[in-house]
Design a protein. Structure first.
Length: 174
């Protein structure tokens, strides 16, 4: 077997186990900051998070998954958080070949039996006029108001922003 630059012979199984251990170790921080699932009425909210921000950054995004396990539609009509002067429900979409971000003034429909994902680059919560930076390892308390399920309080874990990920939280409010 060819070994460039005189590197020692490596046992394949040992290398695979070390690689697996490294991958598990790298994934551990992401698992530690998961949001506890919250269920109210027919809705289940999971996978919530926000990204850490820089000092003086005026906006941030919040993300989560909302599953409507009921037989009737519901509607996310409002969101609020003490970390921001204004919290809105937003969507990013293409408009004439340009990606734009807009408030969903009428809220977000949650069809019966379906799951809606709020994620970076799509539907999301928009925290504007931040009172201070969001710090990785802390949480953001958010109250969501649904048409049928009522108010639901959640704590979004704040994650460190990964390099290369799409994020609009430094857009200065659009």
């Amino acid at each position: 077997m060819f070994r460039p630059f005189g590197l020692p012979k490596v046992k394949p199984m040992k290398t695979k186990m070390k690689l697996l251990a490294a991958l598990v170790a790298l994934g551990a921080p992401a698992m530690a900051d998961d949001m506890a699932p919250v269920t109210q009425d027919t809705l289940t909210l999971t996978d919530g998070y926000a990204y850490a921000t820089l000092p003086n950054q005026p906006v941030a995004g919040g993300f989560l998954t909302i599953a409507n396990g009921g037989e009737a539609d519901d509607h996310l009509v409002a969101a609020a958080s003490d970390i921001a002067g204004v919290t809105q429900i937003h969507a990013m979409m293409m408009d004439g070949g340009v990606m734009v971000m807009r408030e969903l003034a009428d809220g977000l429909p949650l069809p019966a039996g379906e799951t809606v994902v709020l994620q970076s680059g799509g539907l999301h919560l928009m925290f504007m006029q931040l009172n201070g930076p969001l710090v990785a390892g802390e949480t953001v308390a958010v109250t969501l108001r649904f048409e049928n399920a009522g108010e639901v309080a959640i704590d979004l874990p704040i994650r460190k922003k990964m390099a290369g990920g799409m994020d609009h939280s430094a857009t200065g409010g659009h």
